[in-house]
Design a protein. Sequence first.
Length: 176
Amino acid sequence: MEIGAYAPDFELPSAQGDVIHLSKCLEAYKAVVVVFMCNHCPYVKAYRERLVQLQADYQDQGVLLVGINANDSKKYPEDDFDKMKTYAQEWGLNFPYLRDRTQDVAEAFGAKCTPEPFVLDQDGILRYNGQIDDSYRDPAAVTQHNLRDAIDQVLKGETVTADMSPAIGCSVKWSA
């Protein structure tokens, strides 16, 4: 997906027991951050607490973070839907964690890795796609808060100038 393109709509089940429809989220929030993630990726594990904190910090400003797991659970059974339910509860995810069994949503977004964030404005237009920050290993070493900067700019109605360095992580585990 190119910056400035409309995000593909989706309706996916969440590990928390409901179904999330992107268009309804866009009606209710000023910005939606779609993060492709999974249970097993060490990069996701490194960012997990930061993603929970990001949702906590921005929820009162009208921002919703949505995690989507599109990995092939036949090849990676630790990413199946039942384990996602346990993961969401165990780690206190304060945002919907969705299952993209067909991988159609990940393909439509052009997701390449986990974790990979896409920031959408209220109209569903992609405004940012890139890294979360510049130090997955050590939160204390972060000097560039790329995702937070992008969210702040979207909330202000500004053009996103945050560094869009590619996200780093494990590749999305595509079905054969």
